[in-house]
Design a binder for this molecule. Structure first.
Ligand SMILES: [Zn+2]
Length: 483
């Protein structure tokens, strides 16, 4: 079925003036969302909410946002009844990886299940499944994603998304400039490449530039005994080469001393929290001076131990919106013979206490308290926060895992409005689409989500997606996911 036919049936509204309701409004058609409450995450306080408002969309762009009373309905417009609903800008997940699926077999360097499912088969499956994975994102209200590192074929992923209507907008990084080797992930086009000198970093970036990456990404792993100054010189070389090419530098750095080194070396985007200790004044000053984007990725640190201890369970929204093939694979755990389980898994399972996994007292998957406290502190210091899940890692599924992340950001002390800003306006900055996405305003791309409940009252209401529009084409999330 075509999306708008289903929409019309769903909303019990015949398209006004349209003789052929079974045809989806093309990108050059006119859509009007009438009488809705528009949320403007870029604004403060009462200014952020515009009730009784209509949104006029033409040629894939927002043409007007105006009071319902002053709307003159264009002829042949397709009307979506927005009454009692809430329009937000399309969401952005600023940290995902399409070469990973979220299931148990997707990171053999962390837990080697090759005896059960060979890694080559897992990666081939992820490639073949891309069209559905794109839809999973749209169905969750996400109209933009940043794939912040993967094999060279990541650039093809971006091309495929750009050529597919039913896919989010995408920014992308190529292979990670890494301090450590990950031979388990090397199938000939590795996502992580060990670099041991500034010259080697420049050489790898030179190989990436013809593919026009949006980011250069460094996997800044610092272990006891490593020479931090020598590592920082590699990151600085990467930053200089990125900046010379007009690109941004994204860095994985999860400890305070490492994240500070990343900022000194020129990081524009810290893709994880500082998880090991509270951030200090020096870190805050560095982050402010670089006007850095800071992505907390809180849930992913729980996702691994939950999945690898057999304690992972889908949330209700994951049962509805995640890829059913991946959901089914999360249950494989129970059928794997004990002698085929990776050592890490055996240890986690021995420690697991069912039912305690998400409490703060759990040793298996405690909420990342220090990361959450740092998020609140940095947010209050004016650092730009973006929302990102690190989807694709074990236990963090593409699409609906955003709601696990939203819940932890809320628990960290951010308000629903602040979380929505991170996931829209600030996310548009991570995407490099500041001028065309992240806001509901004339001239912007018509990327927006119509919710059945007020997201400013409860961040969980972001699950109540009724309609998603991307580039002015409307989709019902349920229809989108029918195979
Ligand atoms: Zn990541």
């Amino acid at each position: 079925m075509r999306p708008l036919f289903v929409l019309a049936a769903l909303l019990c509204l015949p398209p006004v003036g349209a003789a052929q309701p079974a045809v989806a409004a093309p990108a050059d058609g006119v859509i009007v969302i009438t009488g809705t409450t528009v949320i403007h995450p870029e604004r403060e306080g009462a200014e952020a909410v515009s009730p009784d408002t209509s949104i006029l969309i033409r040629n894939g762009r927002i043409e007007a946002v105006l009071p319902q009373a002053s709307l003159e309905l264009p002829r042949n417009a397709t009307v979506i009844d927005g009454r009692g609903r809430y329009a937000i800008p399309g969401l952005v997940d600023s940290h995902v990886h399409f070469f990973q699926s979220g299931n148990l077999y997707t990171r053999p360097d962390a837990a080697d299940f090759n005896a059960v499912v060979p890694y080559a088969g897992e990666v081939a499956r992820n490639k073949a499944r891309l069209p559905y994975t794109f839809k999973v994102w749209l169905a969750s209200g996400v109209t933009g994603v940043v794939d912040i590192g993967g094999p060279f074929w990541n650039f093809e992923v971006r091309d495929r998304a750009a050529a597919t209507a039913e896919a989010p907008h995408m920014a992308v990084a190529g292979p990670l400039i890494s301090m450590v080797d990950r031979p388990q992930l090397d199938l000939g086009d590795p996502p992580i490449i060990r670099i041991d000198s500034p010259e080697a970093a420049r050489a790898l970036i030179a190989r990436q530039l013809p593919h026009q990456p949006d980011y250069i990404k460094v996997w800044f792993i610092h272990r006891p005994g490593d020479d931090l100054a020598a590592q920082e010189a590699i990151v600085r070389a990467a930053g200089d080469a990125a900046h010379e090419a007009g690109l941004k530098l994204a860095v994985h750095a999860t400890e305070l001393v490492v994240a500070k080194a990343a900022l000194r070396a020129g990081a524009d985007f810290l893709v994880h929290s500082v998880f090991d200790q509270p951030v200090d004044e020096e870190f805050i000053a560095l982050a402010q001076a670089r006007d850095v984007l800071y992505c907390p990725t809180l849930f992913v640190v729980q996702g691994y131990p939950l999945a690898l201890s057999g304690q992972w369970r889908p949330t209700p929204i994951e049962s509805l919106r995640a890829d059913p093939v991946i959901l089914a694979a999360m249950d494989d755990f129970a059928e794997i013979p004990a002698d085929q389980l990776p050592e890490r898994v055996k240890r986690l399972m021995a420690d697991a206490k069912p039912g305690q996994m998400l409490t703060s007292s759990s040793t298996i998957a405690a909420a990342p308290r220090t990361g959450m406290d740092n998020l609140k502190r940095l947010h209050d210091a004016g650092v730009t926060i973006v929302m990102g899940t690190d989807a694709g890692n074990i236990g963090t599924l593409h699409g609906p895992s955003i709601h696990r992340e939203f819940a932890l950001m809320r628990e960290a002390g951010l308000s629903p409005a602040e979380i929505l800003r991170a996931a829209t306006v600030n996310g548009a900055r991570a995407l490099g689409l500041t001028d065309s996405a992240g806001r509901i305003a004339p001239g912007m791309r018509a990327d927006l989500v119509l919710l059945d409940a007020d997201p400013l009252a409860d961040v969980a209401h972001l699950q109540r997606v009724r309609v998603v529009l991307k580039d002015g084409v409307a989709y019902d999330p349920r229809t989108l996911l029918q195979e």
